[in-house]
Design a protein around this ligand. Structure first.
Ligand SMILES: [Zn+2]
Length: 494
């Protein structure tokens, strides 16, 4: 009765509750929708599925509406009722009425005045905000301001007679529904709407727990649209992008105080530093998935940071010359490409995919490559310098403290937090050679590295020369050679 008009639609053939009711009172069950081509006899479980899945169903046993699909029948029935003046189309919102007042002292005061003659009136705008007294005496469980005439006694803005101020306060849901808009214009005492608010709102990225995913976000959208209609904000939606972060698990179950299975990050911060704990948390899982706490994972994160520290320390021992891109050999070009591929990947992982764990993994891989460089070679040292500066910039959002320090050791100017994101050098991404698979009758039999600009006939010849390919071609005739540029060569033989 509380939903929509309160009228109850009876479809015992296609609704679980109606079906139960009809069975109990032995009411006839009439099929009114059918899946085209499905002639099988009465089956309430299957019929109810049809009601949920509206695709491919048509009305039956419905007189003039027979044979119409879902939207066809919906419109025809609505048109008919409207034409007869018996009903009209309407949208029902599922947002329920919500009691916003709480019998608590500590909350945002509800700016309402109660007058015996005038009823409830809003506090006049010039008297806002209503400020809660902070000198209060708690007695028992009631709100102390209910016993404080110096707070509640006031004059009615309507008749000027004696009146009382509302002593209930707003539920916290009330503020959490619109605080983001106020944050965007915190310096403006008079209004919500200014250039600053328009610059910051709507929120680009909302990060919240799953417990907020329904009610809070629904309320926030409701408030935002109210504020929009009142001219307080210019945007239509409060948030552009939502990331619902996962929970932290310990031995497979949710960490909670009541279970007593929480891990105090402070002891880990004391032993390893905040950077290690942050790195572990970001590396252990994608942010929307649950994270299984692991002490060995924390140690692993710490080992990586120590390795990074050592790599930078080596740099300082053997200073690097200017990088001379033209002088790089193939091996060095490969390392430089790795650096710039990593910059591109990490930027995408942070900005678009929001998979911080794969970003960290890519940086770790790059550090492994840096560790293999030959510090006796001047350009190797230059490459390591370029790569390590990029590593520090890429890791700085996750491990700010060590990054701050390493950035300065590497000769970076200013604070790393203010340094720009490293730029991808597109020319470094270009490849001189590519790896191609060679297949015989669709099965991979060899891999070959070829120059990027190798012509088709040369590719075919190279493919046929691969020793393992030659082995599979013994005693058969090559019928056809298919080249998929940049990927593979497939030899068809029998
Ligand atoms: Zn009054």
């Amino acid at each position: 009765m509380s939903y929509g008009s309160g009228a109850v639609m009876s479809v015992p053939g296609h609704d679980e509750r109606d079906h139960e009711f009809a069975c109990k009172y032995r009411l006839p069950i009439v099929q009114v929708i059918a899946r085209s081509g499905d002639e099988s006899p009465y089956d309430s479980a299957r019929w109810q599925d049809w009601y949920a899945d509206k695709s491919g169903i048509v009305s039956v046993n419905s007189g003039e509406f027979d044979g119409l699909d879902f939207s066809g029948a919906f419109n025809a029935i609505a048109d008919r009722l409207e034409a007869q003046g018996k009903g009209e189309r309407t949208t029902n919102y599922r947002l329920r009425d919500w009691g916003v007042s709480r019998q608590r002292y500590w909350g945002a005061p509800i700016p309402i005045i109660n007058c015996d003659s005038c009823g409830t009136l809003p506090v006049p705008a010039q008297d806002l905000p209503v400020v809660l007294p902070t000198e209060v005496a708690f007695e028992g469980v009631g709100s102390p301001i209910k016993k404080m005439p110096e707070f509640y006694a006031t004059t009615c803005p309507g008749c000027g007679g004696p009146a009382t101020r509302e002593t209930d306060t707003f539920d916290t849901f009330m503020e959490s529904s619109w605080y983001y808009a106020r944050y965007a214009c915190a310096r403006n005492d008079n209004a919500m709407l200014d250039d600053e608010a328009d610059y910051w709102a709507p929120v680009d990225q909302y990060v919240g727990g799953i417990e907020h995913a329904i009610l809070h976000l629904l309320y926030a959208r409701f408030f935002h649209k109210l504020m929009r209609d009142e001219g307080l904000v210019h945007s239509d939606e409060p948030f552009t992008r939502l990331l619902t972060q996962g929970m932290v698990l310990k031995d497979g179950s949710k960490m909670s105080k009541s279970k007593g299975n929480t891990v105090d990050p402070q002891s880990l911060i004391d032993s390893y530093g905040a950077d290690t704990v942050r790195l572990f948390s970001m590396f252990a899982a994608p942010p929307e998935q649950s994270l299984e706490w692991s002490d060995s994972g924390v140690e692993g994160a710490n080992r990586f940071l120590k390795r990074l520290w050592k790599l930078v320390a080596r740099q300082l021992e053997f200073p690097a010359p200017e990088l001379d891109v033209a002088a790089l050999d193939a091996r060095q070009k490969t390392l430089r490409r790795k650096t710039h591929e990593t910059i591109a990947k990490v930027g995408d992982d942070f900005g678009r995919r929001q998979t911080f764990n794969t970003a960290i993994a890519a940086v770790m891989e790059l550090c492994n490559e840096v560790g293999k460089l030959d510090e006796d070679k001047a350009q190797d040292r230059a490459l390591a310098h370029e790569a390590l500066r990029a590593v520090v910039l890429m890791l700085c959002p996750i491990v700010p403290h060590i990054s701050h320090h390493l950035w300065q050791l590497l000769g970076g100017s200013g604070d790393v937090m203010h340094a720009p994101w490293p730029a991808t050098d597109e020319s470094a991404l270009e490849r001189d050679t590519i790896d191609m698979a060679v297949q015989v009758n669709g099965k991979v039999r060899a891999q070959m590295t070829v120059a990027v600009d190798t012509a088709k006939p040369a590719l075919e010849a190279l493919a046929l020369q691969q020793p393992n390919v030659a082995r599979f071609l013994e005693g058969v005739t090559v019928r056809k050679v298919i080249v998929v540029p940049g990927k593979l060569v497939n030899i068809v033989a029998n």
